[in-house]
Ligand binder design. Structure first.
Ligand SMILES: Cc1cc2nc3c(=O)[nH]c(=O)nc-3n(C[C@H](O)[C@H](O)[C@H](O)COP(=O)(O)O)c2cc1C
Length: 365
């Protein structure tokens, strides 16, 4: 397996290579969550050399917004802008995947100008978070429908798929977590009940896609394998969740991790890479996307040797959109590894993004 090998999903969607652009929120949208020219320029620059781009997360409901100036998929007014974004990516030769999310208890109250909602009224143990209120059973049903509506808009806009953002402590993860979900109805309690929102969403989304999509359209799921909270999601929970997602027809799984080979954040005396357990569990039934601190050809070879078919890049593509060709052609010494202001135009990075993340962009590669 090589980086430059094409990859075809079971439904026929083919990527020109194994490189995926990781979803990254850059806060470049218009204030009303519509796609801006800065978004278009940023993605156009990066779409040429990767197989697939997963966009920064798009919010499905006003109470779910964790970021300002980020995509909103609340109603059909989002379709023209998203359509332009999907076409920009596709014309450069990559597949376009829209990541959709709801922030649940992890939103800033100042951003949503209301009380955050969550599976249960349990505050996240983070400084910036506020006390959320518990969603009513009707609100849970409504949110399920809003996720489905967002998938409908993505299909209408011409995307090649959506990724359900079930990671990074947002709402889908909050349903799975025994910390944030203490419900006693069918959405909480047992591990099986805590997984019900995600698996029901996948089941309904597959039906919607089968009914509405007129070309191959994939449904992916991003997950965080563990969480630090006590009680919190364990690897055992995650392996059960992945089994359910596979049974219900997920097209790919995408881990969220700061380092591909990182070990458990819960059992710190265990040095085994978590991803090895995940690869074993998936057992080639669906493709897995690895992520986290991938920078060199050796990093790529180690992933391919482990039979992981796809990998995503965040920082590497922020700093160098040509990373895939430079790696493939053994031009590793030409890769841009640190941000400098004279590169801003070439990298099509929006000014506010550079201003807010300067330390990160100029920091260790
Ligand atoms: C600026 C920035 C924004 C991000 N936004 C998202 C996001 O919207 N959705 C998501 O799932 N992950 C998000 N992430 C995490 C990345 O997808 C990725 O997992 C992380 O950057 C690790 O990959 P890397 O080491 O290649 O950068 C973001 C990361 C960065 C740096």
């Amino acid at each position: 397996m090589k980086l430059t090998d094409a990859f075809t999903f079971d439904n026929g969607l083919t990527l020109k290579n194994r490189v995926v652009m990781a979803p990254m929120t850059i806060g470049a949208c218009k204030a009303d969550g519509k796609v801006s020219q800065d978004d278009i320029s940023y993605y156009a620059k990066r779409a040429e050399h990767v197989g697939m781009i997963i966009t920064g997360c798009a919010c499905i409901d006003p109470l779910g917004e964790a970021f300002e100036n980020s995509y909103r998929v609340f109603d059909e007014s989002c379709i023209p802008g998203l359509s332009q974004l999907a076409q920009t990516i596709q014309h450069k030769g990559a597949k376009a995947i829209l990541q959709i999310y709801h922030g649940g208890r992890m939103v800033f109250p100042d951003v949503i100008k209301s009380t955050p909602v969550a599976p249960s009224a349990i505050k996240a143990p983070r400084n910036f978070t506020a006390q959320p209120r518990a969603l009513s059973a009707k609100e849970v049903d409504d949110l399920m429908q809003k996720f489905l509506n967002a998938i409908h808009y993505a299909i209408q806009a011409g995307f090649d798929g959506v990724e359900l953002h079930g990671a990074n402590t947002y709402l889908l993860q909050q349903f799975v977590s025994p910390h944030s979900n203490r419900r006693r109805d069918k959405w909480g309690g047992s591990a099986n009940n805590r997984m019900r929102f995600s698996k029901t969403l996948v089941k309904k989304a597959k039906k919607l896609i089968a009914d509405e999509a007129t070309k191959p359209f994939i449904l992916g799921y991003r997950f965080s394998p563990e969480e630090i909270e006590e009680p919190g999601i364990t690897l055992h929970d995650t392996l059960q969740l992945l089994e359910q997602l596979i049974i219900h027809g997920i097209d790919y799984l995408h881990i969220s991790s700061s380092h591909v080979w990182r070990s458990s954040i819960r059992y710190t005396d265990n040095n085994e890479p978590i991803i090895e357990k995940i690869v074993q569990k998936i057992n080639q039934r669906v493709p897995l996307i690895a992520v986290g601190d991938i920078h060199t050809k050796d990093d790529v070879n180690r992933i391919m040797d482990a039979n992981i078919p796809l990998f995503a890049l965040g920082k590497a593509l922020l700093l160098d959109p040509e990373w895939p060709v430079k790696i493939a052609n053994d031009r590793q010494d030409e890769i841009i590894t640190i941000y400098r202001d004279e590169l801003q135009h070439h990298l099509a990075l929006p000014s506010r993004f550079v201003q807010d993340l300067r330390g990160y962009l100029e920091g260790d590669y």
